[in-house]
Design a binder for this molecule. Structure first.
Ligand SMILES: CC(C)(COP(=O)(O)OP(=O)(O)OC[C@H]1O[C@@H](n2cnc3c(N)ncnc32)[C@H](O)[C@@H]1OP(=O)(O)O)[C@@H](O)C(=O)NCCC(=O)NCCS
Length: 185
């Protein structure tokens, strides 16, 4: 799990649900239901969720030592991972933290090992599509009116194979990203 002090990723826990749902509500037109996230964390054997944490300089023992500033997840189905969600707290966007979350997921996916990563993204979501393209995802199709809340189309993107060459790419990206985050910190 990726660490770039003061940021690090780790598996989502039930105690994180409130913070995660708050970011989710600020990130998507239709917020995730608490019961669904609860199911994902406790029942769904295919689900893997991660949170992005910022460690804080606690002023005293009563101050929180860390806060959740993003989250992401996928379902592992055979040798395929389907990225189901990714979001960063709005005021922390544009600082390569979404990239840290995606890179963390892809490194985890490689370890299963998975061969293919897929996702759906709203046609209007240029920022997310750019992020996925940066990680070699390609558009492979579309689903018309896939999003029931807005009627928007989904663009299907995949990256494969998650082989040694791709892992080499991820490692290079990781080194660049960690250096960049350290400089910007
Ligand atoms: C998508 C999201 C997770 C990206 O996180 P972020 O922290 O803002 O993005 P990063 O700073 O890590 O950007 C990484 C790359 O993404 C792309 N990107 C990010 N924001 C972008 C923007 N506004 N316009 C174009 N490209 C953008 C760029 O390729 C960028 O790399 P670069 O700066 O080297 O060019 C974030 O915008 C978000 O939470 N959005 C709301 C939820 C959402 O739409 N999730 C996707 C569901 S499919």
């Amino acid at each position: 799990m990726l660490t770039a002090p003061p940021f690090f990723c780790r598996a989502m826990q039930l105690t994180n649900v409130t913070a995660v749902l708050a970011i989710d509500a600020l990130s998507f037109p239709t917020p995730m239901k608490e019961s669904l996230l609860h199911y994902e964390l406790t029942q769904n054997q295919l689900a893997y969720y991660q949170v992005l944490i910022e460690k804080l300089d606690a002023e005293d023992a009563s101050s929180p030592a860390e806060r959740i500033i993003g989250f992401a997840g996928y379902w592992l189905m055979g040798d395929e991972v389907h990225i189901s969600t990714i979001a960063v707290q709005p005021e922390r966007r544009g600082r390569h933290l979404g990239e840290l979350l995606l890179l963390n997921l892809l490194l985890l996916a490689y370890e299963h090992p998975a061969c293919l990563a897929t996702l759906e993204v709203r046609r209007s979501n240029a920022a997310a599509q750019q992020l996925y393209t940066k990680y070699w995802f390609k558009v492979v199709g579309e689903r018309r009116a896939y999003y029931k809340d807005t009627g928007e189309d989904a663009v299907l993107m995949t990256v494969e194979p998650l082989n040694g060459r791709y892992h080499h790419f991820l490692t290079a990206q990781k080194n660049t990203l960690l250096a960049r985050l350290q400089t910007e910190a």
